[in-house]
Design a protein around this ligand. Structure first.
Ligand code: NAI
Length: 269
């Protein structure tokens, strides 16, 4: 779309920042950041397919979000992103219900057990790479035709762990660095198809996994913890921006919702 003064009016800025009327797929939508992305999207008027490995988990989120009379709707689908058949079934269910997809958010992931690299067992290495990196490939591959047919947006969930060295998170850091690299590569490949591919690279976000890690019972006030910690909705807002037309000239980029720059410091020496 050409840049005109019209784009600077409040109404057009609102419209371009919205994902209303779009169909989005959010993997790992039963919890934490994925759940917040689904909530943000349906509140804005998108239809959202959420998946996780257990149907009951996505059903519970869909029931809650659909009951709240938001403009968009939620379709819960059981899917393990590491299983190609399961991912193909997710794509089929999405096309059957909504005709295709406009926005793909590859959010499913996890750190695994962690530990110094020399103590990481081969199976643990494989499982962390599988869910974070291969899972992103699997789902993107399954939705490729649908996305490239009419154009769209992909937003991948990387991590600051993939940018900086974080002790005892070797497999996770490597997987997330791979997600960032894949994001840049795909942005180039799919630019001719009008598909933008970007990523978010969050810092510490108050999700169940991170609360457990820090031993926190509830989502803390920022001042209650010894480092900056964000909310899942702060990541969801960045994802919505990247998925919307407001980011129409942005592809192959990564936004880092991390709080102040000193939250993550690169290793010295
Ligand atoms: P979470 O544990 O609350 O949610 C993870 C979601 O992924 C859940 O819905 C889970 O069921 C799903 N999932 C896990 N394995 C799956 C599989 N094989 N197939 C389908 N779904 C699967 O975690 P959180 O914190 O919300 O993380 C979401 C994403 O954000 C992950 O990719 C994580 O690595 C990333 N991230 C999180 C940060 C944080 O501080 N919470 C920081 C940086 C990145």
């Amino acid at each position: 779309m050409p840049v005109t003064d019209e784009l600077r009016t409040t109404e057009s800025v609102r419209t371009r920042s919205s994902v209303a009327g779009q169909t989005a797929v959010v993997t790992g939508g039963s919890s934490g950041i994925g759940r917040a992305i689904a909530e943000t999207f349906v509140a804005d008027g998108a239809d959202v397919v959420i998946c996780s490995r257990t149907q009951a988990d996505v059903d519970a989120v869909a029931e809650e979000l659909n009951a709240a009379d938001r403009p968009g709707s939620v379709l819960p689908v059981e899917c393990d992103v590491t299983d190609r058949d399961s991912v193909d079934a997710l794509a089929e269910a999405t096309v059957e219900e909504f005709g295709g997809v406009d926005i793909l958010v590859n959010n499913a992931g996890g750190t695994g057990e962690g530990g110094p690299l020399h103590e990481v067992a081969p199976d643990d290495w494989d499982s962390v790479i599988e869910v974070n990196l291969t899972g992103t490939y699997n789902v993107t591959h399954a939705f490729a035709d649908s996305l490239r047919e009419n154009g769209g947006a992909v937003v991948n969930t990387a991590s600051m762990a993939g940018r900086y060295g974080v002790a005892e998170m070797g497999p996770y850091s490597a997987a997330k660095a791979g997600v960032s690299a894949l994001t840049r590569t795909l942005a180039v490949e799919w630019s001719v198809d009008d598909v933008r591919v970007n990523a978010v690279e969050p810092g510490f976000i108050a999700t169940p996994a991170v609360r457990e890690w820090f031993g926190l019972d509830e989502i803390p006030a920022r001042s209650d913890v010894d480092r900056e910690i964000g909310s899942p909705h702060e990541v969801a807002d960045a994802v919505r921006f990247l998925a919307s037309d407001a980011a129409s000239f942005i592809t192959g980029q990564t936004i880092s919702p991390t709080g102040p720059p000193n939250t993550f410091e690169p290793p010295t020496g």
